[in-house]
Write a protein that binds this ligand. Structure first.
Ligand code: FES
Length: 134
């Protein structure tokens, strides 16, 4: 059973100012509460800032508690589904002994991409801070 869904230490955005890059933490992504879009997963991928929906399409883990991998993909903290942060596409379904069963994992991936890609929000980085583009 996955751990309970809780938000830990989200950064609270100040208007369009989301988070300092230095505050992203070792995973390169952080939960940020915004007035405009609710809580987002905000981070850096391949040197570029991103902001996407915070909720994994598999079992609703908080993606802002995940990590950006060496390829720049956002990886879910629970079962390691992998997302493209530009398109919101799930590139790899959930992993692991149970949820990684290939037909199941592929079905989650296909369904997610057909009906519920992550939403991606335009952001810019200025002076080490990530901002929403209004
Ligand atoms: S909750 Fe994200 S992969 Fe399972």
């Amino acid at each position: 059973m996955p751990p309970p869904v809780v938000t830990r230490n989200p950064v609270v955005a100040q208007g369009t100012r989301l988070v300092a890059v230095g505050d992203l933490g070792p995973g390169g992504v952080r939960e940020v509460e915004t007035d405009a879009h609710g809580t987002l997963a905000v981070g850096i991928s391949n040197g570029r800032p991103f902001a996407v929906s915070n909720v994994c399409r598999h079992q609703f883990a908080k993606l802002g508690q995940g990590a950006v991998d060496a390829d720049g993909c956002l990886v879910c903290p629970w079962h390691r589904a992998q997302y493209d942060v530009v398109t919101g596409t799930m590139l790899r379904g959930p992993q692991g002994r149970i949820f990684g069963f290939p037909p199941y994992s592929k079905t989650v991936q296909t369904t997610s991409n057909a009906v519920a890609k992550l939403r991606s929000f335009p952001v810019v980085e200025r002076d080490g801070v990530i901002f929403l583009v209004p």
